[in-house]
Design a protein around this ligand. Structure first.
Ligand SMILES: [Zn+2]
Length: 409
């Protein structure tokens, strides 16, 4: 039985901001949030931290995590972008790397940005062999199709069968949706609904072509939407109608997409989306709402029971951010890589400040010291070894701005 306590920390649940709390962790759960029961032997004091639910990246393709971005938009839909990607020299470079290492790269990119769970849009037979070795959690229980239109990749067993599976098993049904402006893609919501694929298990990624009547129907059916602002803007110079989605109260989540079309990481994405919202609609997107889009909202969208909140009995997937003053949510949204002080997954610390090393050791976590973006950090597994293997595979020292770690080839 592993039992330990984070003390002196401000807690963003995310519905409330509670000051100077003890968060007791036992096994993979939050045992209590309050004054502490005084029985923990292992204590970690983080008085300058904001403890939030571990962030959820609601859309990524871990196997496609590489750099830099490729493309020359605006495109009509994803297909010509995919053709440009696959004919790019950097794609050939990526092909030199083992799939296992690409998965690890994608997982570490997420971890250092405070993500504890990622939705990896990939067929089960491709992804499943890698999930057990990753330093973050990938959502393992999902039904999916690649996208709705007839030119979709042949993932899954089709919309009707996959949605039926999602409903029966209490899991999400994930699909790219309305990602583009050709005549067929613009009808995605109608097509999805006709085939029985639009309901409260549906997680619709992108939604660029959503009309107001599409959004009315999405709300009526109780589906969730994932917004990937940076990827959308890069590929299409447009994004979904976030203002109307908010007005209707649709459950909204944020995802990065892969860094070959989207933003560097979830920290970048939150800031990008906030700025984009202001540019497009002339008003502020509140920080507390953005925090819900990466915590409680995805927990609902992906049917992750007892996740996405800092609450007794919930999963101890937690991220501590440096407290910059102002609102607790603003410390999360404005955080850079250096401000991610601690990441806890399933009750164990997996990434954090170098000074926390005694607590990692006391809990039996095998960690490595790294210098990330100039800051001393410790991280589970062998990140430096991974970066060395990737550099060897491509034949030169490959650097990733989303993993600015010092290493020698
Ligand atoms: Zn995608």
């Amino acid at each position: 039985m592993k039992k330990w306590t984070i003390t002196g920390v401000d807690v963003l649940t995310p519905e409330t901001h509670q000051k100077k709390r003890h968060v007791d962790i036992q096994d993979d759960r939050i045992k209590s949030v309050g004054k502490g029961d005084g029985t923990a032997q292992i204590l970690l004091n983080i008085e300058d931290g904001i403890l939030a639910p571990g962030l959820v990246n609601s859309h990524d393709h871990l196997l496609g995590n590489y750099y830099p971005k490729v493309g020359n938009g605006p495109y009509e839909n994803w297909l010509p972008w995919d053709n440009d990607l696959k004919s790019a020299p950097v794609y050939q470079e990526r092909q030199q790397i083992e799939n296992r290492d690409l998965y690890l790269l994608g997982a570490y990119r997420n971890l250092v940005s405070g993500v504890t769970t990622v939705s990896d849009h990939m067929p089960h037979f491709v992804a499943e062999p890698f999930y057990d070795i990753l330093p973050v959690k990938a959502i393992r229980e999902y039904a999916l199709v690649h996208s709705v239109a007839s030119f979709a990749l042949a993932w899954g067993e089709g919309i009707s069968a996959e949605y039926a599976k999602a409903k029966e098993q209490g899991i999400p049904f994930v699909t790219h949706c309305s990602e583009g402006f050709d005549a067929e893609t613009k009808r995605d919501i109608v097509t999805l609904d006709r085939q029985g694929g639009l309901g409260d298990h549906s997680v619709l990624v992108h939604g660029l072509a959503f009309s107001e009547s599409d959004i009315d129907l999405i709300k009526e059916r109780g589906a969730s939407v994932v917004w990937c602002g940076d990827s959308n803007y890069f590929m299409y110079s447009k994004t979904t109608n976030v203002k109307y989605l908010r007005k209707k109260g649709v459950n909204l989540c944020i995802g990065t997409d892969s860094p070959m079309s989207g933003g560097l990481n979830i920290l970048h994405e939150m800031k990008f989306d906030k700025a984009l919202y202001k540019k497009l609609f002339g008003e502020e997107l509140p920080d507390d709402e953005i925090v819900r889009m990466v915590t409680a909202n995805p927990a609902k969208a992906f049917w992750m029971k007892n996740h996405g909140q800092v609450k007794e009995g919930f999963h101890a997937d937690l991220t501590v951010f440096r407290n910059k003053g102002g609102s607790a949510a603003s410390s999360v949204v404005s955080a850079g890589l250096k401000d991610v002080m601690l990441v806890v997954i399933d009750g164990l610390p997996v990434y954090g400040e170098a000074e926390f090393a005694p607590v990692f050791a006391a809990l039996g976590v095998k960690y490595q010291q790294v210098v990330l973006d100039g800051a001393q950090k410790i991280i589970i597994g062998d990140l430096v070894g991974l970066l060395k293997r990737i550099s060897r595979a491509v034949g030169f020292k490959k650097k990733f701005p989303f993993l600015p770690v010092e290493f020698e080839v």
